[in-house]
Ligand binder design. Structure first.
Ligand code: SAM
Length: 265
């Protein structure tokens, strides 16, 4: 009987959520993204009467166990995830990738609370340097390109990096501030072993950030993107790079996550 009540509650919750998404929610880019995801889950081409199945995630998958075999990384705050965070599993995948790559220098675009930054620090050598770039809230109106409306809340925060501030591992972390479209990446040329791209999810920004990060990577370094399957701007930009730019032809999507990776050729 309780299962029946549970299912009725589930049904009522879904009806309420879908009702909101189709009405007031349309004014918010978050809900529009949700609608697009729903559309894609039915495998229908948006904006067309054509019902040919379409899978927007064209990048070939790699398996997480092919990458590591086992889970030997250290974690903190893995289960405390909410809006704007990587999932528990994604954080474990990133931590394991970092541990495996043993980078001397990491560059992250998009610090937010610093949850991933902290976990990258926990899985690196004492001498590793982690540079993490964040857009200050007071520069929100002056970015070179438009960021998504739905990500403004991640920019508008009192403190950037609160998860690692005061933590012993913070000694490895250097915070830098600015807009990734105008930040002087040149000074990091050929010095980055691992990069995590998780700043703005707008199409133009993902293209910009991918290009800028590529320009500072060492050969054999690893680029990690978050949100490939979550934000249209991310999957459109990564699909385009994968299809049209030979340098990015080796991108792989890690199954069961929204993470895409590239070992720099
Ligand atoms: C989704 S959050 C990052 C989450 C974080 N990497 C994590 O794993 O917990 C996105 C971050 O990117 C920053 N951001 C957005 N647009 C940016 C830009 N143009 N340049 C630099 N940082 C940007 C936001 O301020 C926010 O802190």
């Amino acid at each position: 009987m309780s299962k029946v009540i549970e299912n009725i509650q589930l049904y009522a919750g879904v009806v309420k959520r879908v009702g909101y998404t189709l009405t007031v929610g349309m004014l918010s880019s978050d809900f529009r993204n949700e609608l697009l995801k729903l559309y894609n889950s039915y495998n229908i081409k948006p904006g067309s009467a054509d019902t040919t199945p379409v899978d927007p995630f064209i990048i070939p998958k790699t398996d997480v166990f092919e990458l590591f075999g086992n889970d030997s990384a250290a974690y903190e705050g893995v289960y405390e995830c909410g809006f704007g965070h990587t999932t528990e599993f994604e954080l474990k995948v990133i931590s394991n990738l970092v541990k495996k790559w043993n980078p001397k220098r990491i560059f992250e675009i998009g610090t937010f609370q610093g949850r991933t930054t902290l976990n990258m620090a926990l899985n690196t050598a004492q001498e590793t340097e982690i540079i993490t770039l964040d857009l200050p809230a007071d520069e929100l109106e002056s970015t070179k390109m438009d960021i998504e409306e739905g990500e403004i809340r991640y920019v508008k925060k009192e403190v950037s990096g609160e998860r690692f501030l005061g933590h012993p591992a913070a000694a490895k972390i250097r915070q830098v501030y600015g807009d990734s479209a105008s930040f002087p990446f040149d000074e990091y040329g050929n010095s980055v072993d691992l990069a995590f791209i998780d700043g703005s999810h707008a199409y133009e920004y993902v293209l910009n950030d991918s290009e800028k990060i590529f320009s500072v990577m060492r050969k054999g370094g690893l680029i990690i993107w978050h949100d490939y399957t979550n934000w249209p701007g991310v999957w459109m930009a990564l699909n385009e790079l994968f299809q049209n730019d030979k340098r990015f032809g080796g991108i792989r999507h890690i199954g069961g996550t929204s993470i895409a990776i590239l070992t720099v050729p």
